[in-house]
Design a protein. Structure first.
Length: 277
């Protein structure tokens, strides 16, 4: 489904939600209370500003006695073959976020990846897939990164573990180009990137990657991911713990200036390696 068609479908979701809610004679606040979100959230769903997670759509069906219509619509709209089921909603939220904070322990975050790096990562995880599949996944990843080119782009804070700078994904030439791309975004102040050096030792996010997203007029969310699944969390107490972990990571990381120097040094090392092979 094309982006324009998908947005139109979400607008239908919102219009239908408003109609069913008003037919039931309840306010946005009342519905929000029944499905464990704020009344403001319900208003954003109805305006297609924010998209509900599947479990919220299911609770809306229960509250309004709508025989599963919102669950079915939600399943259809988040069914994008270019993204894993657990990640499709994250992509929608990235487009709405005013600030994104991310910790990457082993792989350059998708929003910062070059096409060649993304291709190498995709093939490594899908060695038997045809080129058409790989091309589609890489294209989707490049499409995601366009939010950083937008005039209203979110603040983007990234903490990279030094692992990310040392693993030669795609070979020395591809890795040099990838790190040079990160360094350029740092210099252009598109993103604030810091590096958690090996010398930092144990850190607050030993369990894996972490992403935090903040929004205008909506609570923050946290997203964590392993190789085969991801979890989007909007429980305030858990999000607060995730934010604290990220704060501890930033304290332990190198300064932005020292981080840029390390990224550039690693890029130069890969560039020299590529020139001798």
């Amino acid at each position: 489904m094309a982006n324009g068609s998908r947005q139109a479908a979400w607008e239908f979701f919102g219009t239908e939600l408003k109609r069913r809610r008003e037919d039931a004679g309840i306010t946005q606040v009342e519905l929000g209370t029944r499905v464990f979100v704020s009344g403001g959230y319900i208003g954003q769903f109805e305006q297609a500003i924010r998209k509900p997670q599947l479990d919220v759509a299911q609770r809306i069906d229960d509250a309004l006695q709508t025989d599963g219509i919102f669950e079915r619509l939600c399943r259809k709209l988040v069914d994008d073959p270019r993204y894993a089921d657990y990640f499709a909603h994250v992509v929608e939220l990235e487009r709405l976020a005013t600030r994104i904070c991310e910790f990457a322990p082993t792989v350059v975050p998708g929003l910062l990846q070059t096409q060649e790096y993304a291709r190498a990562v995709t093939i490594a995880a899908n060695p038997f897939k045809a080129d058409a599949y790989v091309d589609e996944i890489v294209s989707a990843r490049m499409e995601r990164s366009l939010i950083l080119d937008d005039a209203t782009r979110p603040e983007y804070w990234v903490a990279l573990h030094e692992n990310v700078l040392r693993i030669p994904v795609g070979g020395p030439q591809a890795m040099a180009a990838q790190l040079e791309h990160v360094a350029r975004l740092m210099r252009e102040r598109t993103a604030v990137v810091t590096v958690l050096a090996y010398g930092a030792g144990a850190h607050a996010a030993m369990g894996g990657m972490l992403q935090l997203m903040e929004f205008d007029d909506a609570p923050s969310v946290a997203y964590t991911e392993t190789s085969f699944s991801g979890t989007l969390v909007d429980v305030p107490a858990v999000v607060k713990r995730a934010q604290r972990a990220y704060d501890l990571l930033r304290v332990a990381a190198l300064s932005p200036e020292a981080s840029l120097a390390l990224v550039e040094s690693a890029a130069e090392g890969f560039r020299r390696c590529a020139s001798t092979t």
